[in-house]
Design a protein around this ligand. Sequence first.
Ligand SMILES: [Cu+2]
Length: 128
Amino acid sequence: MKAKTFAQLAVLTLVACTLASGFQQSVRKPTPPTPAPIVKGVQTLTILVSAGKYSPSYISVKKGVPVSLIFKGGKNMGCGSVIEFKSLTLKQSVKEGKTVTFKFVPKKAGEIAFACPMNMYRGKVIVK
Ligand SMILES: [Cu+2]
């Protein structure tokens, strides 16, 4: 009987710790990156450009799997219509109502930033 009570207490403590650490994590990272779902073997995600913003602008992908990021031109894009992935030496511009696609294969874990040429409007691809 005593052993059982101890085991129950241990489980309760474990649950409480898990909840506490989960809570802490959610406080530290309020917005997790949007994962790019795999469509026919390619991690594909559409990003809307409007009012100088990229949405979503915080994206996660898996290492070694081809990525296709489709930027869709919206309203009042401003300089956000020119999208540059400096580390990949990729740069394209998009017109309202049209799309441009960036294709690459992330080779290593880390971050790939993208931005307008003045670096005012920014986004980030997290490679896991
Ligand atoms: Cu700009």
